[in-house]
Design a protein around this ligand. Structure first.
Ligand code: AMP
Length: 455
């Protein structure tokens, strides 16, 4: 591809010069997508030509369209219907939610074409999925576990699959899908086009890339480990016992705005959601103990802003793309630093701004340091004091005078001094008093959510 400045500028201005099919271009226009994002401008011409590609890009960069648009262009040009039980293009994603999102996007890009898009994930009827696969599909979006189950049942064959996308491949490795991926790869034809997208490039990942990709073009839109610039990040030092009240203060400052709260454990997420609900917030929880139906209903309500607060574990929230999410709270710091990037990437999507506040208890200082090391910069402090325990060696420094002091938050994050009881967001809807007095928030530090990790 010529790389002179003029050519590159034209690529970035619109989708017309990227080699996409007229039908796909029409759908893009109808969706209001007029200007390619950097990963789209860089990747699409190579994919249209049939090259393998290694894309280093985080969520929110537009990578779904980067692989989806040229894939559809090639499938439409092929012009033949898939044979029964075969799949022309396979997209593997780490979670059900991401698979659903990809399927929704691809379906929208393929409107008006004969391309058949289907999604298979766990938690839904495998028989229904088998029946659908019997007719053959053009684009199958799957989580690796369910795909293997279906392959074991001989519900499909991958012998005709000449187009493979591994999305959020680093997360698939984190979740432990490496054996599943290897097994699936062995069933695919040697002669295929493979695209691998990952936000980070750990060693295992580059080994995987080496074994899956043939002379790949490498495109990178943000150095791995660096969060999108539009996210305003902050850390608030506190104790484990005070986190819930502090969170309620932050939430109370932004009524009506969508927030995702990350918690390390399913149990902790459930407890926190119940506590916030008791305090009058409009809240839902998604984690591995919820059924697929429950997860989908909660996400639909959150997307529609019917609930404003979503408490989630890392796995459940992977890849979520909800542009209205204005706040991410790291209630617990992730112990895998890369997860911090994924978590905060749930906000500042589709060109909007977003804020991400991390609550750091004394035992989490080491986690904070690992995150800052990976990000290669300190996270600004908006409240509390860095904890002792070798805290001096951490990169975070208190950001000068802070309004409110103590647990007080910086202005822009709306932390502020604790102002009595946490305020819920369901105005005009009194919460039913519970036997344990759940309608009234507990006094600070006197009652804390049970089941939270002890600091
Ligand atoms: P992704 O990184 O694929 O999860 O996409 C992130 C978000 O960017 C989604 O909400 C897309 O609809 C949106 N998006 C993708 N491509 C474009 C584009 N060219 N212009 C504006 N928004 C886009």
């Amino acid at each position: 591809m010529p790389v002179d400045g003029l050519h590159e500028r034209r690529l970035l201005e619109n989708f017309d010069n990227l080699g996409l099919s007229p039908l796909v271009l029409g759908n893009l226009a109808a969706l209001g997508l007029t200007k390619p994002t950097p990963i789209q401008a860089q990747a699409i011409p190579h994919i249209v030509e049939g090259r393998d590609l290694l894309g280093l890009a985080q969520t929110g960069t537009g990578k779904t369209a980067a692989f989806g648009l040229p894939m559809l262009t090639r499938l439409i040009a092929f012009g033949k219907r898939p044979a029964p039980k075969t799949v022309r293009a396979l997209i593997l994603a780490p979670t059900r939610e991401l698979a659903t999102q990809i399927a929704d996007n691809i379906t929208a890009f393929a409107q008006g074409s004969p391309i058949r898009v289907f999604r298979v994930v766990g938690g839904a009827s495998i028989n229904v999925q088998s029946e659908r696969l019997a007719r053959g599909v053009d684009v199958l979006i799957a989580t690796p576990g369910r795909l293997l189950d279906l392959l074991d049942r001989r519900a499909l064959t991958l012998s005709e699959t000449t187009y493979l996308v591994l999305d959020e491949a680093d997360q698939m490795l984190d979740i432990g899908f490496i054996h599943a991926l290897r097994k699936i790869a062995r069933m695919l034809p040697e002669n295929r086009q493979t695209l691998l997208f990952s936000a980070t490039m750990p060693k295992l990942m580059s080994e995987l890339a080496d074994s899956y990709l043939k002379e790949p073009v490498r495109v990178q839109v943000a150095p791995p480990g660096q969060a999108a610039e539009k996210i305003e990040q902050a850390v608030h030092f506190t104790t484990q016992g005070e986190k819930a009240t502090l969170l309620a203060e932050y939430l109370g400052k932004h009524p009506g705005e969508l927030a995702i709260i990350f918690n390390r454990t399913k149990h902790g997420s459930e407890k926190l959601a119940k506590l916030l609900d008791g305090w009058g917030f409009s809240v839902g929880a998604i984690h591995g103990n919820k059924s697929q139906g429950q997860r989908e209903r909660t996400l639909a309500a959150f997307r529609a802003s019917e609930i404003q607060v979503l408490v989630a574990t890392d796995v459940a929230a992977r890849g979520l793309d909800i542009p209205q999410v204005a706040h991410v709270y790291n209630y617990d710091l992730p112990n895998v630093p890369e997860n911090y990037v994924h978590r905060i990437g749930r906000t500042a999507r589709a060109g909007r701004d977003g804020k991400a506040v991390a609550f750091c208890a004394p035992l989490e200082m080491a986690d904070l340091r690992s995150i800052e090391k990976m990000m290669k910069k300190p996270i600004p402090v908006v409240g509390g004091q860095p904890h002792a325990e070798g805290a001096g060696s951490g990169m975070s420094k208190p950001a000068g005078r802070r309004p409110g002091g103590g647990n007080g938050g910086g202005k822009s994050f709306g932390g502020g001094k604790p102002q009595g009881k946490p305020q819920g967001q369901r105005q005009g809807k009194p919460h039913a008093a519970k036997a344990d007095g759940g309608a009234r928030p507990p006094k600070r530090a006197s009652r804390r959510p049970k089941g939270e990790r002890a600091a």
